[in-house]
Ligand binder design. Structure first.
Ligand SMILES: [Zn+2]
Length: 81
């Protein structure tokens, strides 16, 4: 059981912030914005924490992947090959 300290690091959000604000755009070139959705180690924050809906979470994931591809964002770890 997970009965440790009850500390909410992330406030629960009812709706996805991209659905709530149509001015917000998911742009892979906007690394500043994408940083909100990755951890310090460069991992993509899961949907249940970010509060995004499935559609926008997928767009964020795509944007992060694209940004990584053009070296705007770090990869999580060194991948074993
Ligand atoms: Zn959404």
């Amino acid at each position: 059981m997970t009965y440790r300290r009850k500390r909410r690091a992330f406030p629960r959000r009812k709706v996805c912030r991209f659905c709530a604000d149509s001015k917000l755009k998911i742009d892979y070139k906007d690394s500043k914005m994408l940083k909100y959705f990755i951890t310090e180690r460069g991992k993509i924050i899961p949907r249940r924490i970010s509060g995004n809906c499935a559609r926008h979470q997928r767009q964020v994931t795509m944007a992060v992947k694209r940004a990584r591809h053009i070296a705007l964002m770090p990869y999580t770890t060194i991948q074993p090959h």
